[in-house]
Design a protein around this ligand. Structure first.
Ligand SMILES: O=C[C@H](O)COP(=O)(O)O
Length: 299
């Protein structure tokens, strides 16, 4: 098992927490023009993990949700598809059966999402079942309570086993930054998740009051950069939860651009998990292309 001291020793948080917000403000203040850039907005659209994670989701509603993604490609041939659909694990067979757009990935939350408060063997089984039913991306939450108690080896070992359970599927590890709060701890959680095998690190479940924040995004991108410098591995970043407006998505795009650069700005390394963003972004893209366009509600 990895020693947490050894694990974190090689990584120093190279910024002061009190400078964090002003740095984020500087970045977001200088990116507002990107909201008018159709190509940037289309890139962001292609990075959306189009999410439905409602208690009321059903076979019928998820089938209809997936069908919209299929229809979108026909109805808007000049638009990219979203990056992925993201659903509860019980609907893995539905997206596997009905999703017909090859470039759209099949993401499933698992591992006792959203609380992560269950037995590790149950988490592993849930991940394996989701993958066996066709999911090729798995989103899991760290054991936040154990992390906050300093049980870093426990958190590392869980992620390591869940990554193993994924096989060829990509693993996105949700830190639940709104529950962690402190920038240094978000940095620590980022490093542990990446070293244990995360392909992406993700801010939030969208199921607690504080979801994605720009400050957390900045810290996580800095951690991804440090991890890349040390290991050569490119880990993806996924802000998620509460991101609904185009300008909010643009702000996250700008932080990734500033910290990690253009090479991170495609859906292989950047996703935005969102249930409400796609229609707003689509409407804004269409109205930039044709100012007479009304707001659309496709999804
Ligand atoms: O992982 C994605 C989030 O659950 C989506 O949250 P949202 O419904 O606030 O966009």
């Amino acid at each position: 098992m990895m020693e947490s001291g050894n694990l974190l020793d090689g990584y120093k948080m190279n910024f002061k927490t009190d400078e964090l917000s002003s740095e984020v403000e500087r970045i977001t203040a200088t990116c507002q023009h990107l909201e008018q850039d159709v190509e940037v907005l289309k890139t962001i659209f292609s990075c959306i993990d189009l999410t439905t994670l409602k208690e009321s989701d059903s076979t019928e509603s998820v089938t209809a949700f997936v069908q919209k993604v299929n229809d979108f490609k026909t109805q808007y041939p000049d638009m990219p598809s979203v990056g992925a659909v993201c659903v509860f694990p019980v609907f893995a067979p539905i997206i596997n059966q009905y999703l017909k757009v090859n470039e759209v990935q099949k993401a499933v939350v698992a591992g006792g999402f959203p609380s992560s408060q269950t037995f590790l063997d149950i988490k592993v089984l849930e991940v394996k079942k989701a993958v066996s039913y066709g999911a090729n991306e798995i989103d899991v939450v760290i054991s936040v309570g154990e992390f906050l108690e300093g049980n870093y080896e426990f958190v590392y070992e869980e992620i390591r086993q869940l990554k193993e359970a994924c096989g060829d599927a990509h693993l996105k590890v949700i830190l639940e930054t709104g529950a962690i709060g402190d920038a240094q701890l978000i940095w620590n959680a980022s490093i542990i998740a990446m070293d244990a095998g995360a392909d992406f690190i993700k801010t939030s479940t969208g199921k607690i009051p504080t979801a994605a924040t720009l400050d957390a995004a900045y810290v996580m991108c800095k951690a991804i950069k440090a991890y890349h410098s040390k290991t050569g591995k490119k880990i993806g970043f996924k802000p998620a939860g509460g991101i609904a407006e185009t300008i909010e998505a643009v702000n996250y795009y700008a932080i990734v651009n500033e910290v990690l650069g253009q090479k991170w700005l495609s859906n292989t390394l950047f996703r935005i998990g969102a249930s409400r963003l796609a229609n707003n972004l689509l409407s804004d893209i269409l109205s930039l292309e044709d100012s007479s366009m009304d707001k659309v509600k496709f999804f």
